[in-house]
Design a protein around this ligand. Structure first.
Ligand SMILES: NC(=O)C1=CN([C@@H]2O[C@H](COP(=O)(O)OP(=O)(O)OC[C@H]3O[C@@H](n4cnc5c(N)ncnc54)[C@H](O)[C@@H]3O)[C@@H](O)[C@H]2O)[C@@H](O)CC1
Ligand SMILES: Nc1ncnc2c1ncn2[C@@H]1O[C@H](COP(=O)(O)OP(=O)(O)O)[C@@H](O)[C@H]1O
Ligand SMILES: [K+]
Length: 552
């Protein structure tokens, strides 16, 4: 997992380095500028062969200061650089001002407006160093015009220009992934409130990536993200072991990376899953009960059940109303089946060996669903188990509490996870819904929801955020080479709920949040492995091959 640093954490680490005498602000700016130039040449080695043309856009703060360093380094390599500044040099912070002066002593500082920028010759490389973590309000109109997606069309063959952002495409908020003028939900298209913001090919950030590179519009705008080392040390770098829950102070990115290095995925899988390398009886790997709906409503539950079995649960049973028994019996083999009559308590059908409940998909939004959820949440660990059964609440199990979410929250426990999509999330947390965020990030609201609900919350999407009540949070993003648009298909969420239940019910020693992280990762791997044409039934069937390819 890579730790994603907020702007405030990044500033604190920088200040610590400066105050301790480890580096000066100028050193850091020089290393940042050099890091960008190196990253550009590494991304497009042909650019290193001979001098090219660059346009560098600089802003009034230290992001602009980085831009002045980049311009100077490219100039020293013989490049032709046109530099445009937004803001008053006299008011720039000291280090940025110093780099401005080094540039201005030899070359002009041009105005940053569309007329001046686009009347110059077509560059090979375009560097956006206008705003970074210091963005505090919407980008001013004249700058927005220059950064507009269509503006570059003023040059011929503009698609061939290599577009590079320093820290972030200017206008992107690195804490939230939103564009400064956004007031509400992230849109999938990258359309900003003002105009369509330009996307870049490469974003070079410093020391560690930031949440905004992965949340909301970040993945649409940033192209590829490279974090370059500028010699800062962090006092809290992934202090925890790989299977521990995240540090409440930090946000982590779900990926097979540990202590800053890529690790073999199997190391991660083995640390989270119970089965690899262990002998045991089927009951040693848990029993998941999945609740299915009535006649004609069983598909979602069956999908979840199949996913639970394929992820490694020793046994999986589908519970359904008696009238739906035949329908389910026709479709299930390895998965067991039991009828649950309307007036029968859960304890009558679930013995002490049940280690997980998956509830919601297809169950129906009914008082009966509410009652069963309450009964599942009241169950405690059986004599052979250390932990209470995991309870995964999805879909109708969540919507059944829409009228009175507060009646659910006192009953949840540490082995409860709610897996809403945005609509279900808004039903339980109306003030945290996507139209109510007002500058709060998806991580902020999921953390708040987890605190309120007293359990783990996983809010789905291209960016999936998982948080626990202590504030630990993870982000998984299906982007940057792991796109999975095939998951936008009915039932994909049911499969995810089943995967979480199946992994957690095995009584793996990793915590539930770590299990959920792995489930989300595997879910996307399954979709990517199958690719176009995927329907939800295909997802669990990919698991054996995905496990194999990940080295299990
Ligand atoms: N913090 C660190 O550790 C490092 C920071 N560096 C660079 O410094 C940047 C942060 O520098 P700053 O804190 O100076 O912030 P920025 O340079 O991102 O922006 C701050 C400046 O922009 C103005 N501003 C913000 N939003 C505006 C808007 N919408 N319209 C007009 N003006 C606006 C502010 O008044 C301020 O003058 C980073 O993004 C990074 O590029 C690097 O030099 C390396 C080290
Ligand atoms: N475009 C996409 N890219 C990546 N993941 C996606 C995409 N669209 C949907 N998903 C994932 O697919 C699942 C859909 O779940 P959900 O909305 O509950 O659907 P359903 O109720 O039909 O099962 C979630 O895990 C979500 O994160
Ligand atoms: K920038």
């Amino acid at each position: 997992m890579t730790e994603l640093l907020s702007s405030a954490q990044m500033r604190a680490i920088e200040q610590e380095a400066i105050q301790s005498g480890a580096a000066t602000g100028l050193d850091l700016m020089e290393r940042a500028g050099k890091g960008v130039v190196d990253a550009v040449l590494a991304a497009w080695p042909a650019l290193a062969a001979d001098p090219h043309r660059a346009v560098v856009l600089c802003g009034p703060g230290n992001n602009g200061g980085d831009g002045f360093v980049i311009a100077r380094l490219l100039r020293a390599m013989g490049w032709t650089v046109r530099l445009h500044l937004f803001g008053d040099p006299a008011r720039m912070p000291e280090d940025a001002r110093h780099n401005h002066d080094l540039w201005a002593a030899e070359d002009p500082v041009l105005a940053l407006d569309a007329a001046t920028v686009f009347t110059g010759p077509r560059p090979d490389v375009w560097i956006d160093a206008v705003f970074g973590i210091g963005l505090s309000r919407p980008v001013p109109g004249e700058v927005a015009q220059v950064l507009d997606a269509d503006a570059m069309a003023a040059w011929e063959q503009s698609h061939g220009i290599r577009r590079v952002a320093v820290d972030c495409p200017s206008g992107l908020n690195l804490d939230t992934g939103m564009i400064a003028s956004d007031t509400d939900a992230p849109e999938p298209s990258g359309k900003a409130g003002r105009a369509t913001m330009n996307t870049v090919d490469l974003t070079v950030t410093f020391h560690s990536p930031k949440p905004g590179h992965y949340l909301a519009k970040g993945p649409i705008l940033c192209g590829e993200v490279r974090a370059v080392d500028i010699g800062l040390s962090d006092t809290a770098p992934e202090r925890r072991s790989i299977m521990e829950e995240p540090d409440p102070e930090r946000i982590r990115l779900v990926e097979p990376v540990f202590r800053g290095r890529a690790i073999e995925p199997r190391t991660w899988l083995k640390s989270v899953m119970a089965k690899p390398g262990k002998a045991g009886h089927k009951f040693d790997f848990g029993h998941v009960m999945v609740f299915a709906g009535g006649v004609g409503q069983g598909g979602a539950g069956r999908l979840a059940a199949r996913a639970a079995l394929r992820t490694g649960a020793g046994l999986v049973t589908v519970l359904c109303p008696p009238a739906a028994l035949i329908e389910n019996a026709c479709q299930l083999d390895a998965i067991m089946l039991r009828a649950l009559k309307e007036d029968v308590p859960l304890d009558d059908v679930a013995d002490a060996r049940v280690t997980g409940f998956c509830m919601g998909p297809g169950m129906g939004v009914t008082p009966r669903t509410r009652k069963l959820v309450q009964e599942a949440l009241a169950r405690r660990a059986g004599p052979r188990h250390r932990r209470d059964p995991v309870v995964v609440l999805d879909a109708d199990a969540l919507s059944s509490f829409a009228e009175d979410p507060a009646s659910l929250f006192p009953r949840t426990h540490a082995r409860t996870i709610l897996t809403p999509h945005e609509g279900e999330f808004e039903r339980l947390f109306p003030d945290l819904g996507s139209s109510q965020r007002q500058g709060r990030s998806k991580v902020d609201v999921v953390r708040e929801a987890a605190r309120r609900a007293g359990c783990i919350i996983l809010l789905k999407g291209v960016d999936t955020v998982i948080a626990n009540p202590e504030g630990g949070a993870s982000v998984h993003v299906a982007a940057y080479g792991r796109e999975a648009p095939w998951l936008a298909t009915a039932g994909a969420g049911d499969v995810l709920a089943g995967m979480i239940a199946g992994l957690a019910a095995t009584q793996a020693s990793a915590g539930l949040l770590s299990v959920a992280e792995l489930a989300v990762y595997l879910h996307v791997e399954c979709a990517r492995r199958f690719g176009p044409g995927l329907i939800s039934e295909d997802l669990p069937e990919q698991l054996p091959q995905v496990f194999c390819e990940l080295g299990l």
